[in-house]
Unconditional design. Structure first.
Length: 481
């Protein structure tokens, strides 16, 4: 089915809901200007269940497709996404607002999941062994779990989709993707590219809806759905886990983060600031792995904070599609309101603004890149995920002190450590309660590595071989041959 949408995005929408169902549309806006980009179908519960129907019907043939054939299709997905990187990046920058550089990076990163899982698809070969008693052989095989519901956020509309789609397809599972209402166009484009690469009808289904809770709940209670993969806030993740419990779904959760960025007393300030510009300003700070609590040894606070303020002050705000832009808009006005409130609260508690700290007078959902110093350790901006272009610097005096502060949170997704002593950095990485730690790096994501958190930052892992196992069941067979 095809839904007619305003040019130039009308040809992206494939697999839309049947026309006899009563539904409206969701408007998609450019956050840099507030202008309407397009509209997409606003799916009902019936539409969501129709997508599950399509996935369930496609499951038998797709699971029977040989691993090598699935791998070749996934590799073709990577090739097409790589060829169309500019097109994908342009769409990401339009509906998400991130800078052209960030969007190009995301498009390349998103494509890479298809290449990685094209290589992993042929490697889920199982195990064969002998029982300790010698009485029988132990055979273990990995089988696709079934229909998977994927729920993705707006901040990385391409990468969060492919990080789930690629391993699911490699495992032999069809999927229903429910992208964020703010950034659905990229998901439709990826689905189109996958179709052109040879993914059969029904294996990838995109459902866009403003009734997310209602529609996802109905799909999760359909007995044909056997897996849920969600990326988003911890609050929503908890609610979905409650729903998934009713049918005992296998659930993978990549939830909120409040990443500490630790600068030890022997770190090189210029290298620290280079890393901070990536860890903090990727997607304008709107990332679950973004450096949120920047702990700098007291001896380096002045140097690091002023170097960072200079870099922030030089960033040009503007539309993500403009090559000159160094900081794009936040996703919407509500996001700006939250960031502004946290900055105002921090200043009221004693923090000082070195640069930024205000909403620029212009159209769009912008907030000026901001550096705060003298931030109290218990300030709201330290305790909450700011999700914006604000660097909050907190001074510390000892390694033990900063590890305690970094671990003093219910979240544990990512952490960063900068030091000239690798042994010291690795020791601290082992002490930090986080699923991922970057030592002397501002970027830690890699398709070949398991991505995920501890505590209330999630369950399961995405990426690496582990990511494919989230869509598979282990079957043990005992035999006396």
């Amino acid at each position: 089915m095809t839904t007619h949408l305003p040019s130039p995005y009308s040809d992206l929408i494939i697999g839309a809901a049947p026309p006899n169902r009563r539904r409206g549309t969701i408007d998609v806006f450019d956050p840099s200007s507030g202008k309407l980009l397009s509209s997409v179908p606003d799916a009902t519960v019936g539409d969501g269940l129709a997508a599950v129907d399509a996935a369930a019907e496609a499951f038998g043939a797709w699971r029977a497709t040989s691993p090598r054939s699935r791998a070749e299709i996934l590799r073709r997905c990577w090739e097409l996404m790589t060829e169309r990187q500019e097109e994908i990046a342009e769409l990401i920058a339009l509906e998400n607002g991130k800078t052209r550089t960030d969007a190009l990076g995301e498009a390349a990163y998103a494509a890479e999941f298809f290449r990685w899982y094209s290589e992993e698809a042929v490697r889920a070969v199982g195990q064969l062994g002998t029982s300790p008693s010698g009485a029988n052989r132990i055979m273990v095989s990995y089988e696709p779990i079934g229909v998977a519901v994927l729920v993705t956020p707006w901040n990385f509309p391409a990468a969060m989709a492919t990080r789930k789609i690629a391993p699911a397809l490699a495992a032999g599972c069809p999927v229903v993707l429910k992208p964020a209402s703010e950034t659905p166009l990229t998901s439709y484009l990826i689905a189109r590219i996958c179709s052109e690469a040879g993914v059969p009808d029904g294996v990838i289904n995109v459902v866009t809806t403003s009734r997310s809770g209602e529609v996802v709940r109905a799909m999760l209670h359909d007995p044909r759905v056997r897996a849920l993969s969600f990326t988003g806030s911890t609050e929503v993740g908890r609610a979905l886990l409650h729903e998934a419990a009713d049918t005992v779904l296998k659930s993978s959760m990549e939830l909120g983060g409040n990443a500490p960025f630790i600068v030890l007393d022997d770190a090189e300030p210029d290298e620290v600031v280079d890393g901070l510009m990536i860890a903090k300003m990727r997607n304008g700070g709107q990332a679950c792995t973004a450096a949120n609590r920047i702990y700098v040894h007291r001896s380096l606070v002045e140097k690091v904070s002023h170097l960072l303020a200079e870099r922030f002050a030089d960033l040009v705000m503007g539309p993500g599609t403009d090559p000159a832009t160094g900081c794009g808009p936040l996703i919407n006005g509500r996001a700006v309101d939250k960031v502004a409130a946290l900055v105002e609260s921090a200043v009221a508690a004693g923090a000082r603004v070195l640069t930024g700290g205000e909403r620029p007078v212009r159209e769009g959902s912008f907030y000026a890149p901001t550096v705060l110093v003298d931030v109290p350790p218990q300030a709201d901006i330290v305790r909450e995920e700011v999700f914006g272009p604000v660097a909050s610097i907190v001074a510390f005096d000892s390694d033990d002190e900063v590890v305690r502060a970094a671990n003093d949170t219910h979240l544990g997704l990512a952490a960063y450590v900068y030091t000239a002593d690798l042994r010291r950095g690795l020791r601290m990485a082992g002490e930090l309660e986080a699923g991922m730690v970057a030592v002397n790096r501002g970027l830690l994501s890699d398709p070949a590595a398991p991505f995920g958190g501890v505590k209330e930052s999630g369950l399961g892992r995405e990426g690496g071989f582990e990511g494919m196992l989230e869509f598979m069941e282990s079957k043990y067979v005992a035999t006396s041959w």
